[in-house]
Design a protein around this ligand. Sequence first.
Ligand code: ADP
Ligand code: MG
Length: 701
Amino acid sequence: MNQNQLQTPIDYLKGVGPNRAGLLRTELGIHTYQDLLNFFPNRYLDKTRFYKIKDLERNNSEVQVVGKIVHLKTVDQKRGKRLVADFIDDTGKMELVWFRGHKWIRENLKLNTPYVIFGKTNWFSGLFSMPHPEMELVEEYKKNLRTAMQPVYPSTEKLTKSGITNRAVNKMMQQLFLETGAKFYDTLPESIKEELKLIPKAEAMFNVHFPKSQELLAKAQFRLKFEELFYIQLQLLMKNMLRKNKIKGFPFDQVGEYFQEFYENHLPFDLTNAQKRVIKEIRQDLGSSAQMNRLLQGDVGSGKTIVALMTALLAFDNDFQACLMAPTEILAIQHYNGIKELTADLDINIRLLTGSSKTSERREIHAALESGELDLLIGTHALLEDKVKFKNLGLAIIDEQHRFGVAQRAKLWRKNTLPPHILVMTATPIPRTLAMSLYGDLDISVIDELPPGRKSIKTVHRYDSNRLKVFRFIKDEVKKGRQVYVVYPLIQESEKMDYKDLMDGYESIVREFPMPDFQISIVHGQMKPADKDYEMNRFVKGETQIMVATTVIEVGVNVPNASVMIIESAERFGLSQLHQLRGRVGRGAEQSYCILMTGHKLSADSKTRLETMVSTNDGFEIAEVDLKLRGPGDIMGTQQSGVLNLKIADIVKDNDILKLARSYALQVLKEDPDLAHEKNKVIRYTYGQLAKHKNIWNYIS
Ligand code: ADP
Ligand code: MG
């Protein structure tokens, strides 16, 4: 067909005037015929089956029932009236209910005449009811031609109110298929289609919008999902290849004094195999002439810092500077202290720069950076300020899931001829499958092993009614010289209430653990930073035994003597947050505990989260469950990544298709990196369109 036709503005489709076109654009982002074609249903109503009233289930799916109305009555209610019909089949009785349009319904409904009704059911006082059902006389129903599987398109309130109902969208789609003749050319090569038994594009498009059967719908969806994921993977892999070829980086070809000296004489412990492997991967990157862009994943406590330091040593060996940026001041300070200690015997100039650095100090730092006298700058976002200019920054290490925008990164290297190597460290385990889609353009290293000798943290779930027992346990631990965290949720919308919970909790703990035997710290978001740091430090130094806090302690702090983590209202935390909090203990030699406190009333999801925490300490396993519970959009940092704007595939549910698509994309590029072969012509064309335009679905029909 004529491809240009699909670029026709949606205004020109019969039945779509300027008003509707405007709404389609603003509400759904549909500008062209093409956009409408790629506007996929998010579910289908199965009208292939009729339910008997006795077989109705108490769920909210939409069902179809055949029966007749035997009685109609009006019932008074608080505001207005409702119309109620008794509806029966040969197995039982249910009610149909209307809150509006009584007159019309009374005049038009036929008693004792068979109807097909369709809609959602409610369960109320021992009876099923269906509000505002769709109804059709069986006689009429039999006459009409229909698709049994009815697509339901995503919608908005504004659209429905303006009359762009599901039926209207369906009509437009019909019109589109009519006007274009529905001869969509294929976007995948024959070889792949044959191997995977994929149906042709045109047939897939037809059946996704007008399914002829469950089976064809499944084939259509599989074909379209595969295609979507295939091109995304292809794009990510190409980007990665391009970066390796085109973006030159500083070759760190020397493994010199600093690295050797540290490795041979100052390593405080044996590296784990995972650490060794990761360092090797990094060295390979740095030795090549391409810029490194690597994501280092490792659970809390897996020992990422030492890897970062050794990477920095390679930079110094090659006469480059390095920087390390952390998300909070406390964390930056801990990195600074830790790295100072590790490198005490090496001749390295390290400074700390944060928002609270004094002006005179800043001046010194700026000067030392520009002269090249400073080797390593550790700090917070303050590193990105305009005044911070490096003489020759060769490596930027970023701790904890900052994904910098291009502009921010450029700031770091604005004085360089080449971009520095980048190492992003994150403790949020990203399931491999998700990482493939999100960071397909980054290389990934994983530390999947904890240093030896760690006792795994014992996690239990306790109800609030057992609080006294929990307090007794805390007392015993404190008597043994341990320290304890008690963490309260603080969620913005209900901040006042949460704050009250925190203060109530604090008071009850103070009552239960009186001075002078016990010293208690409290830290929360409404305190001044200086007060927070003061309290934090008292706990770090061991002057207080119990730290009552909100989630401000979530990232970073390292108090190896703390062995108990109590999480209050644990049902209100997300899984990854629970896991991060738990990671605050288990850092010393002692057995550590995590106690999840909740009330008795728990939702199914909360139960799953708690059970997951109790059953495993493995961050990756937890991340997989989290992904299933919440969906990828909620996982930290994924929102910014447009990749997840999928039209038809679902990263979690279509995991297998994703893997398949990736393996095919890899294979194609391996054989034919420039997509020059005749058999890949279709791919080259489609990819070219996709590279030109952002949204891949815009141009691959
Ligand atoms: P994270 O990956 O959470 O940043 P850190 O780098 O802070 O972890 O390391 C956690 C603790 O484990 C630190 O006290 C560190 O000294 C220690 N550590 C790191 N690697 C090893 C190792 N191979 N053997 C023993 N202890 C290690
Ligand atoms: Mg760390």
